[in-house]
Design a protein around this ligand. Structure first.
Ligand code: FUB
Length: 342
């Protein structure tokens, strides 16, 4: 049966100062908000956090999500509509557990939900589900997308081209791969993490094929360099990639933003090319309440917005709430760092 829509008014007034840094919804826990503008409306594709009996561990087992809800809003600060359950874990034939951070893309009137889940062998893969409507419900493909691994997919459209980005270390399992192949015997969050003076693990990108349900090419690493043109090192915890890769384009430049994980920043790097190399610039967002930091950046009616989460409603890391605030690109192309408390 079709889930009932829940409508929640965030603020009566639609000015930025009124909505900035307030939870967008309070009736369920939500996290990892990927936002896009489809048909003139803002659609948000978040994780749906739930309370669980699963014990906390270093691989993030306590993030035990079982479905996705899609939200929409006509304008920042306006009414937020919960369109109900868009996809359930039990309806993904290959998945075993943990529906983590998703994203979506639109092409030719069809909508594609990209999502990570652990397969029946407990290995993260990235799946895709399809709908005729931005809010779903989505129907999952029978198998994960061939050639993908790890988690946190995000979709980036550049004109007629669509790309998928992904990856995440520790609980995201990226450190278990060499040359994109799973190395037998790697099990824990640090098995396979390079030594501190070695190059950090980087996110991946691949162009999507015409069907949007397959990769059109072998995935490539998105290299992030420091100010001297050297790859960011694995021990540079305040700047190295951890998870939550997101790409946006501003003034002809490509911006790659990502979470630094254990140092809790959303950092960013800039390139002239979607495949990189990218040069580290600084932070988009300072640490939020709760361990994880995960975001998206989207333009709506000429203004830019940051979507992110914290744990304001629960005070507990696995029970998060999504938020949004305005984002500013400065005249030199840098992003003004956002303090989540202001
Ligand atoms: O929501 C589960 C995981 O927590 C996400 O996939 C990560 O990015 C972190 O936010």
């Amino acid at each position: 049966s079709q889930p009932k829509e829940v409508v929640q008014t965030v603020e009566a007034d639609s000015t930025v100062s009124k909505f900035a840094h307030a939870p967008l919804v309070e009736h369920i826990y939500t996290a990892d908000p990927s936002a896009h503008v489809f048909g003139g409306k803002i659609y948000i594709y978040p994780s749906h956090d739930i309370e669980t009996e699963v014990a906390q561990d270093d691989m993030g087992s306590h993030f035990d999500m079982k479905d996705y809800h899609v939200f929409s809003m006509e304008s920042p600060g306006g009414t937020v509509t919960d369109h109900g359950v868009a996809l359930k874990l039990e309806n993904v034939p290959w998945a075993g557990r943990q529906l983590w951070a998703p994203d979506a893309a639109e092409k030719d009137g069809k909508y594609y939900l990209y999502f990570p889940a652990k397969d029946k062998q407990d290995i993260f893969k990235i799946g895709v589900a399809v709908s005729d409507r931005p809010e779903g419900p989505f129907k999952a493909e029978l198998e994960p997308i061939k050639g993908t691994f790890s988690m946190d997919p995000s979709a980036f459209q550049d004109g007629a081209e669509y790309y998928l980005l992904w990856g995440g270390i520790w609980g995201g399992q990226l450190q278990w791969y060499e040359d994109q192949k799973l190395v037998a015997g790697r099990k824990g969050p640090t098995d396979g993490i390079p030594a501190p003076e070695e190059k950090a693990l980087m996110p991946y990108i691949a162009k999507l094929g015409a069907t949007m349900t397959e990769l059109a090419e072998k995935p490539r690493e998105l290299l992030i360099l420091d100010e001297n043109g050297e790859p960011i090192k694995a021990g540079d915890n305040a700047r190295r990639f951890f998870e939550a890769a997101w790409m946006h384009k501003y003034n002809g430049k490509y911006y790659l933003s990502y979470s630094t994980g254990d140092t809790h920043f959303i950092a960013y790097a800039i390139s002239d090319n979607p495949y990189g190399p990218f040069t580290y610039q600084g932070n988009v967002l300072e640490p939020v309440e709760g361990w994880t930091n995960h975001h998206s950046i989207v333009e709506f009616q000429g203004k830019w917005y940051l979507f992110y989460h914290d744990t304001q409603l629960s005070g507990q890391t696995p029970l998060r709430n999504i938020k949004m605030t305005e984002l500013t690109h400065l005249p030199d192309g840098k992003i003004q760092t956002i303090n989540p408390m202001k």
